[in-house]
Write a protein that binds this ligand. Structure first.
Ligand SMILES: Nc1ncnc2c1ncn2[C@@H]1O[C@H](COP(=O)(O)OP(=O)(O)O)[C@@H](O)[C@H]1O
Ligand SMILES: [Mg+2]
Length: 509
């Protein structure tokens, strides 16, 4: 069976301009996300996990820029989308939840309102239908305009780099910067010349769409009028009939039921017509209750009217997940979703995410600094260090057959599953991303580092079809290195646990 690719990140490079220079947060990473799978991105704090995923969501900080690469979602390049375009995808097709549920909730707003807010705000069905009709032309126009911004930002970054480079003489800096500026000018005027034709196409299509939906609305309203009229005349008849019966008689009470039934029909009819035009409050409420049930919030009708402070940490995270699910996303990005929670609650939220993935066939990106959390959640794992992916493979590959010394270090730092005791912390600290190292960024902290590790970036070596690691240790000329005993023990323990788990599953079946 061929797996369906939902998201494709290619050679993504992201930096931040800071007073001290360029922080190279993400250094050419690539990965795919398939339909219905959970990909874990694991690495110590500062390795670039959040930045990568904020770029996917289009919510990078203002001083950040995507220097290079692409983020393809269903063939659209998110890296080149304008802000406005992102609205259709962010929170809609791709949802994100964060470590601290409190920071994504408004403390002064009732939970129900927060869950239904986006659905109501984006609920103009006529407008949505209209935008659907011209969105291709509209996005092409906006993206063209966005090219201006990208060209300016790229030139800015290049100038910034030249200014910081001590190896270039003052005079050369001047010439180089001047030539970048001239280049930029030419580029900008080229783009500007193209914009009007894009605008024209979009405006034409929009006018066309307007005419179509206007006719739609007129039809809906006319239909409503006809139906309402017939219901109302029915009501009048039923009421007339009611008057012919003596009060308190059986006939009277039966007829009263008929009258009320027609009244209810009228109410439902009104609601249904309203729903053809926009999402109604009742509709949003019903959906919220349904989703709150799905994410395991008990007594949702009561909870709907409460404030965030009335919820526990675990329940708050469920609320945030509910908000993300309201739009029925295809991708859910979970950035350290359990890090702020205590261990039992952590397990519950992990299970919830696992079940949601299964039931909804969601694609999940699960970000964590704790490899221990990943074992039961992820189908595949990408290990990140200093802005790069250093190893990726299936969960089995990473847990049973790890190849990169950094993965070994992560494995040996996972708290013991029985004793909860932390075995080893990784010695040293990650490199300063203002000055990323030349070779393997982990070399400094790697007891197995070879000379070449300090000089040259290792390529990905293939271990199996799905399993790759970027370490010179896998080069055919490298000395043979055995993984540390502590990691070996760890792996044996994981294997034993898995076996016991499978056996207990078999026994239950
Ligand atoms: N707005 C910003 N300005 C400057 N540097 C930033 C900014 N946001 C993130 N960084 C830097 O980018 C690197 C990656 O950060 P991040 O993706 O948050 O790491 P993590 O893997 O812990 O999620 C870090 O060195 C961080 O300091
Ligand atoms: Mg982070």
């Amino acid at each position: 069976m061929k797996k369906e690719k939902v998201l494709e990140v290619n050679n993504l490079k992201i930096s931040f301009r800071t007073p001290n220079g360029l922080v190279r947060a993400v250094r050419e990473i690539s990965f795919d996300l398939y339909k219905g799978e959970t990909l874990a991105i694991v690495g110590e704090s500062g390795s670039g996990k959040s930045v990568t995923n904020r770029a996917i969501m289009g919510i990078l900080a203002g001083n950040g820029i995507i220097d290079d690469g692409s983020i393809l979602y269903r063939e659209q390049d998110l890296a080149k989308l304008s802000e406005a375009n992102f609205h259709a995808i962010r929170g809609n097709k791709i949802g994100m939840i964060f470590q601290d549920p409190l920071s994504s909730l408004n403390p002064t707003m009732k939970i129900g309102k927060q869950i239904t807010e986006a659905m109501l705000i984006n609920g103009d069905r006529i407008k949505n239908k209209m935008v659907d009709m011209y969105h291709t032309e509209y996005y092409e126009y906006l993206n063209k305009k966005k090219e201006l911004d990208l060209a300016r930002k790229n030139a800015k970054t290049r100038i910034f780099e030249i200014q910081l480079d001590d190896t270039i003489s003052k005079q050369d800096k001047k010439t180089q910067i001047a030539s970048i500026k001239t280049e930029l000018k030419v580029k900008l005027s080229e783009i500007k010349a193209e914009i009007p034709s894009f605008k024209k196409k979009y405006i034409e299509k929009k006018e066309e769409a307007k005419t179509i939906v206007k006719a739609d609305v007129a039809q809906i309203k006319a239909d409503e009028k006809v139906e309402l009229q017939s219901l109302k005349s029915n009501l009048a008849e039923q009421k007339k009939l009611l008057e012919t019966f003596t009060k308190d008689s059986e006939d009277y009470s039966n007829q009263l039921k008929n009258v009320n039934k027609v009244k209810e029909d009228i109410r439902n009819n009104r609601e249904n017509f309203k729903r053809k035009l926009h999402v109604t409050k009742k509709e949003a409420y019903e959906r919220a209750i349904e989703i709150m049930n799905e994410v395991g919030i008990p007594e949702p009708e009561k909870r709907f009217n409460q404030y965030p402070f009335q919820f526990s940490g675990g329940m708050r995270q469920r609320v945030v997940i509910a908000i993300a699910l309201m739009a029925d996303p295809e991708v859910l990005i979970c950035d350290e979703p359990t890090t702020a929670l205590d261990v039992t609650i952590q397990g519950q939220i992990l299970n919830l995410i696992k079940n949601l993935k299964k039931q909804r066939d969601l694609s999940v990106i699960f970000i964590t600094h704790d490899l221990g959390v990943v074992a039961n959640v992820a189908d595949r794992v990408a290990v990140m260090y200093a802005g790069k992916i250093v190893e990726y493979g299936t969960s089995e590959d990473i847990f049973y057959n790890p190849k990169h010394p950094y993965t070994w270090a992560l494995l040996s730092s996972v708290p013991d599953l029985d004793t909860k005791e932390k075995l080893l912390s990784i010695p040293g600290t990650p490199p300063d991303m203002l000055y990323p190292p030349k070779g393997d960024a982990f070399a400094d902290r790697n007891q197995f580092a070879l000379k070449i590790d300090f000089e040259e970036q290792p390529p990905f070596f293939k271990i199996s079809d799905n399993h790759y690691a970027a370490t010179w240790l896998l080069h055919e000329d490298a000395p043979k290195v055995d993984m540390p005993v502590i990691v070996k023990d760890r792996i044996e323990k994981y294997k034993a646990q898995e076996k016991a788990f499978q056996q207990s599953k078999g026994a239950q079946a």
